[in-house]
Design a protein around this ligand. Structure first.
Ligand SMILES: CC(C)(COP(=O)(O)OP(=O)(O)OC[C@H]1O[C@@H](n2cnc3c(N)ncnc32)[C@H](O)[C@@H]1OP(=O)(O)O)[C@@H](O)C(=O)NCCC(=O)NCCSC(=O)C[C@](C)(O)C(=O)O
Ligand SMILES: [Mg+2]
Length: 362
């Protein structure tokens, strides 16, 4: 077992010191692109500044015979593009694949100074993070990097979900977790065939009405309510991440055309505590940015609670509702997030600033 004192020592001589706190950088949408796809790759420079994270995907969705091209394409993009305020992430191939080692040993020396986060798929337990942690430290030391590259794990196996807390706490590099609903469904032997989202068969049904003789009318028309297949896993992720000071994200929503259900799924994750999600197609970026930014109404209310609560203790009535220390803390989560987002999103800043100009009592 590592001593707590060793935890923040670099894992290789000359590697940068691990971070003590994971920076809270806006990451509402992690936008996936395939660096081996010339059309997608060509769009990357123009996407800088329009999305919080651009992620060069090397794993699933990249054809096996394009793996090297994708890796080399990402190196070129990383070297040529000025990412400004936008973070650059990559998803490497899974650790049991023939490509993962070359992914890391190629990317870190070539573009490690620009890579913010390495996403590791199909993480099963702390041992996977320990492997990547040490290897990254060795490569960072060799490349003379001055800041550590952070690690993000995708939960997409039953074992990964069972080990979620130890994964989050496996290294100071751990930045966050995403849900991998497609692989997770397969690994769990769920009977779904989709990439994230709901299923019409996963529902609860209203109780049957009673007939005149008091018997239940089983065949009567009854409302059904579709349930969220991913609630359990996302909730576990949120708790594990919060307990370890790192960030939870939803993941992919594969029905690109159903922008309405996509928005609902993203909003569930936002309300439950996730800080962002994935975008697989340019049209999902706007959805994610909208959903993962607190609404003007929420910020207006949150600021009123902050003002009404003075030194932050006690209880007050606002619009007929009780506000106290704990509701204030929730409002502060919103206000802090709004400030972070306003710093990178001028349109959002304008909307939040306009609240201050509203007449009192509006
Ligand atoms: C869905 C697809 C095939 C539709 O691609 P398309 O070309 O058919 O769509 P389109 O609507 O015709 O595209 C319009 C334009 O946008 C471009 N475009 C389209 N997508 C992008 C993009 N992402 N970034 C930048 N540009 C993009 C596309 O090239 C085209 O350019 P054009 O106007 O010049 O012709 C395509 O969007 C795509 O391949 N997206 C990424 C898919 C991906 O990364 N999947 C892996 C993540 S999900 C996953 O791995 C699961 C998980 C977690 O592991 C687990 O649950 O287990
Ligand atoms: Mg997967």
């Amino acid at each position: 077992m590592r001593s707590a004192k060793d935890f923040f020592a670099p894992l290789a001589v000359g590697a940068p010191a691990p971070v003590r706190e994971v920076p809270a950088r806006p990451s509402r949408a992690i936008h996936f692109f395939d660096p081996s796809n010339p059309k997608m790759a060509a769009k990357v420079p123009d996407m800088v500044g329009t999305v919080d994270v651009l992620l060069g995907n090397l794993e699933d969705a990249v054809k096996a015979d394009k793996k090297v091209e994708a890796r080399e394409g990402l190196v070129r993009i990383g070297q040529d593009v000025d990412f400004g305020p936008t973070q650059l992430w990559t998803r490497i191939n899974s650790l049991d694949s023939p490509w993962a080692l070359d992914d890391l040993t190629t990317l870190v020396p070539a573009i490690g100074h620009k890579l913010d986060v390495v996403m590791v798929p199909k993480v099963q337990g702390a041992e996977d993070i320990h492997y990547v942690d040490r290897l990254l430290a060795q490569l960072e030391a060799k490349a003379g990097l001055e800041r550590p590259i952070l690690v993000h794990a995708i939960l997409e196996t039953a074992r990964g979900v069972a080990n979620v807390e130890e994964i989050c706490g496996a290294s100071p590099r751990m930045q966050g977790l995403s849900l991998g609903p497609a692989d997770l469904a397969a690994d769990r032997r769920m009977k779904t065939t989709r990439v994230g989202g709901g299923h019409p068969g996963y529902l609860v049904r209203q109780d049957p009405p009673k007939g005149e003789d008091g018997t239940a009318q089983i065949e009567a028309q009854r409302a059904t309510y579709q349930q969220d297949l991913w609630h359990y896993t996302v909730a576990r992720m949120v708790d594990a991440c919060a307990a370890h000071g790192i960030y939870p994200y939803y993941g992919p929503f594969g029905d690109i055309t159903d922008v309405v259900a996509c928005e609902d799924q993203f909003r569930n994750a936002f309300l439950l505590g996730c800080v962002g999600t994935w975008s697989l197609h340019p049209k999902q970026i706007a959805i994610a940015n909208r959903v993962f930014s607190p609404s003007v109404e929420d910020i207006r209310h949150a600021r009123r609670v902050v003002a009404a609560m003075g030194d932050g203790t006690g209880a007050v009535m606002l619009d007929g509702k009780m506000e106290d220390d704990a509701s204030l803390k929730q409002c502060l989560v919103m206000v802090d997030l709004a400030e972070q987002l306003a710093a990178v999103d001028p349109e959002l800043k304008k909307q939040y600033d306009a609240i201050d100009a509203e007449p009192q009592g509006a």
